[in-house]
Design a protein around this ligand. Structure first.
Ligand code: GLC
Ligand code: GLC
Length: 811
């Protein structure tokens, strides 16, 4: 069942009924100011950091689930409604929500009044704009009231939801004309405030939540709105809000608009006040004046659309498969930008107060982002590397504002540093910017320790070699990519975090997954060394890659698939000898991607085992069978009920690993079918089962051992976005940046048909037309660049701003 449809021409998903199976959200902003906005106008906004500088309040785990947002209430002769349907939920005559690239539009009508609410964060401005366009479609004149509503958060979102003995005393506002200023803590150490303004004369206002709603009412019963009368309340402590009341009169057919701006402003320390205790409003006035007319809003919206069209034009596909086109051209790339910006901090599943930037997560996010804005990828790489320790290990997370490693979560995830090599290789392949390797980057943010980025890569690679176990496989440490496979933890204390509890380093528990990852990144790393003039070190690295490959083939193979690990007692994990957890997806994906066992036939066998035992209707589960009891020696993985999360869930992040692995074997049909199973556009029809947004990936879909098989959770902020784009763009469609050019190597179903990709790469545009009338899955027979034959399948770097036509014949 569907709850909307894709409007590809406008790059929008159009939700046609408000009661979607879960709030379906969008993100506004891609620089400093960010908002989350649901299909009923719920959500919140923040400046840079969702925990430290939260502008508006949001209560996670609320009842109903999505309560709180930027709300507009219309009181039309006693009929009271919201253009976003919630919170009043008055039945509407029509409703539509369009989520687009950085904006959302609600278009609703009731009793001959049509209201269009357009929400967006303009490029270059620190605010959220909401324009309400109101049209009288009836034959009678109309006079009605519009009440706006936002609830302010007292900045630190964690403190805001815990420290009430203090917080109920500190709320402060100012009202000056049409603008409401939220200035809690401005009198002391803050130099920033929020402003909420409207571009029309107001009839009244409220800034105190209790006065506006009534103490015993929810957002769905605001006294002031229902009575049609603002209280003109001025908050003093308790819960400051912003609400304006505007009366609007419309002749039949007439249309008017109101523009609301909710912004973040800073003042210099010595210029905070206009007069004693009155904030300096100059930055707010400037911000508000930039969005007071429809023409200003229209041009800002236009600029936003151009911005996105520009970004997305770096990779555009034209194939016979409409769903594929829309994922590749629009939504997958869009989600990659969001995951790059948010890491795993703020979504409807991540509360914005928990996790910082993950070292491994952010390094992987680069794979789907680097082609969009390489300069930001570069900065990110240097930030991540600066949190690395001198011995090559890494803080698992760092804080986005301070960019310091997070001591609370600490270190010891032994895969982490290898992802830095992965990310840096991807960056250089995209840009050809070898200079990044010579950047001076500190270790653990201690300036005196700074060395080149290249040195960081060496320490990453060597950290694995310095930590090998009894089978010469990498020691797992606290965990590897699978945060929940805690082989050295043995936690017995209820509630203790598996990520931070004491970890007794057995010196025995080894990860076959890290071994596969090591072999996968090794050749690029060696190439980087060689091209940096370090021939001997390059050769040495390749030897180590061979040793690791041998170790996997010798002690990492279980007969029909790759083993997952050895636990702290040296017992096998992910083996047919195990009673549960016999087979795991991760080493199959990574070892085959790395080419391990391809010529020996093991790779093929391993992927066949995946299809036999792990594949389901909705995607490939992480492990099989799921653990049905808690295992001290395995940790968090066995804490999850069977079929959820890392215990037998369909962890979407590593499904693309299998898809890519299939392309290594040339099995294009299988690669594409794995890709499609978890791809949102292909599961739109089962939205009532899947529940989360049909335009973005979720982290996890319940596996077959769960009662709710097929139900997704944790949409938006997941490595799945980057990996899926990496898979489809570089391996299935096969347009793959390499150090020396653009490799063309599609691996598709035999009946996929011809397709064209337009790819901007290092300053030139390549229009690549792929002819597969031979109905092959893989193999480029010939290729021309502007009519001239190219030997092999690597397009040279042309880099001169021109457009080139590339004709590729598969065969
Ligand atoms: C989450 C984490 C990621 C981890 C994965 C598997 O997605 O953010 O770092 O690799 O879970 O445990
Ligand atoms: C990862 C896992 C999650 C786990 C978390 C912290 O994000 O996906 O299952 O709970 O790490 O332990």
């Amino acid at each position: 069942m569907k709850f909307g449809y894709f409007d590809d021409g406008r790059k929008e998903y159009v939700i046609t009924r408000p009661d979607t199976p879960y709030p379906w959200i969008n993100y506004l902003g891609s620089e400093n100011f960010f908002s989350l906005i649901s299909n009923t106008s719920g959500g919140y906004c923040f400046y840079k950091d969702a925990r430290m500088l939260r502008l508006t309040r949001y209560r996670y785990n609320n009842v109903p689930t999505d309560a709180g947002g930027r709300y507009f209430y219309i009181n039309d002769g006693g009929t009271v409604w919201n253009p976003g349907w919630a919170p009043l939920k008055t039945p509407l005559d029509s409703y539509e929500c369009r989520h687009g690239m950085g904006y959302s539009v609600f278009d609703s009508s009731k009793n001959g009044l049509r209201v269009t609410q357009t929400a967006f964060v303009p490029i270059g401005a620190d605010c959220e704009v909401n324009r309400l366009t109101m049209k009288n479609t009836s034959a009678e004149p109309k006079s009605f009231q519009v009440f706006s509503f936002v609830e302010f958060c007292l900045w630190n979102a964690y403190d805001d939801m815990t420290n009430f003995q203090r917080n109920f005393n500190i709320g402060e506002v100012e009202v000056a004309g049409k603008a409401i200023y939220h200035k809690t803590e401005y009198r002391e150490r803050r130099n920033h405030y929020a402003v909420f303004g409207v571009n029309a004369p107001i009839d009244g206002f409220d800034t105190d939540r209790e006065s506006f709603l009534g103490l015993y009412n929810g957002f769905d019963k605001p006294d002031a709105v229902l009575e049609g009368k603002s209280r003109n309340s001025v908050a003093s402590g308790w819960a400051p809000i912003g609400s304006h009341c505007v009366r609007v009169t419309l002749a039949p057919g007439e249309e008017k608009s109101l523009i609301y701006v909710l912004g973040y402003c800073e003042n210099p320390e010595d210029d905070k006040w206009e007069s004693p205790n009155v904030v300096n409003k100059a930055p707010a006035q400037k911000l508000l004046s930039a969005f007071t007319t429809d023409a200003q809003v229209d041009s800002a919206l236009e600029r936003l659309k151009e911005y996105w069209n520009g970004l997305l034009s770096n990779y555009q596909l034209d194939s016979a498969d409409e769903k594929l086109n829309r994922m590749v051209n629009i939504w997958n790339q869009y989600q990659c930008m969001v995951t790059f910006n948010m890491s795993r901090s703020a979504s409807y599943f991540e509360s914005g107060i928990g996790r910082g930037m993950g070292f491994r997560d952010s390094a992987q996010d680069l794979l789907g982002f680097v082609h969009l804005i390489p300069s930001r990828a570069r900065t990110r790489i240097l930030d991540i590397a600066a949190t690395q320790m001198e011995d090559g290990s890494a803080y698992h997370q760092y804080q986005p504002l301070t960019k310091r490693g997070n001591h609370e979560v600490g270190s010891g995830f032994n895969d982490d540093s290898l992802w830095l090599i992965f990310g840096v290789s991807a960056y250089i392949k995209e840009t050809g910017d070898w200079s990044i390797l010579q950047e001076q980057v500190p270790f653990n943010n201690v300036d005196a320790s700074a060395d080149t980025l290249l040195e960081h890569l060496k320490r990453s690679f060597d950290h694995v070699l310095n930590n090998l176990g009894p089978h010469k496989l990498p020691l797992i440490g606290r965990a590897d990519w699978n945060d929940c496979l805690n082989l050295n933890c043995f936690s017995k204390t209820p509630g203790e975090s598996f990520q931070t509890c004491a970890n007794f380093e057995s010196g025995i528990a080894e990860s076959v997954f890290i071994a596969g990852l090591f072999v996968a990144v090794g050749p690029d790393y060696a190439d980087i060394l060689r091209r940096s003039g370090l021939k001997q070190e390059a050769e040495h690295a390749l030897c180590e890659v061979q040793n690791m490959t041998d170790a996997i083939l010798k002690d990492g193979w279980d007969g029909e698939w790759f083993l997952r690990a050895y636990d702290a007692f040296g017992d096998k994990v992910g083996s047919r000898d195990c009673d549960e957890g016999k087979l795991f997806i991760e080493p199959q994906g990574f070892c085959v991607m790395a080419g391990v066992g391809v010529k020996e036939g093991m790779a093929q066998r391993a992927l066949d085992s995946v299809h036999e035992h792990l594949d389901t209707e909705y995607g490939i589960v992480l492990n099989w069978p799921s653990y049905t009891s808690y295992r001290l020696n395995l940790g968090e993985i066995s804490s999850y009920p069977p079929g959820y999360k890392e215990n037998g869930g369909i962890f979407c992040h590593n499904n693309p690993w299998i898809s890519i692995a299939e392309t290594v074997l040339g099995r294009g049909d299988k690669a594409f079918s794995v890709y499609k199973k978890t791809c949102p556009a292909y599961t739109e029809e089962i939205s009532e089962i899947h529940r989360t947004e049909p335009y973005v990936y979720a982290q996890m879909i319940a596996g077959r051992d769960a009662p709710r098989h097929g139900e997704a959770k944790n949409s938006w902020l997941t490595g799945t976005a980057a990996w899926s784009f990496y898979d489809v763009s570089q391996f299935i469609l096969g347009i793959r940046p390499q150090f020396d050019g653009l490799e063309i190597d599609p691996c598709i179903p035999a009946d996929f048909g011809n397709f064209t990709v337009e790819r901007k790469f290092r300053g030139a545009t390549y229009r690549i037309e792929i002819d597969n009338s031979a109905k092959k899955c893989k193999g480029v027979r010939s290729m021309t660049l502007d009519g001239k034959p190219v030997a092999g399948n690597l397009l040279p770097v042309c880099g001169d701003g021109q457009k080139y036509i590339v004709r590729v014949t598969m065969g």
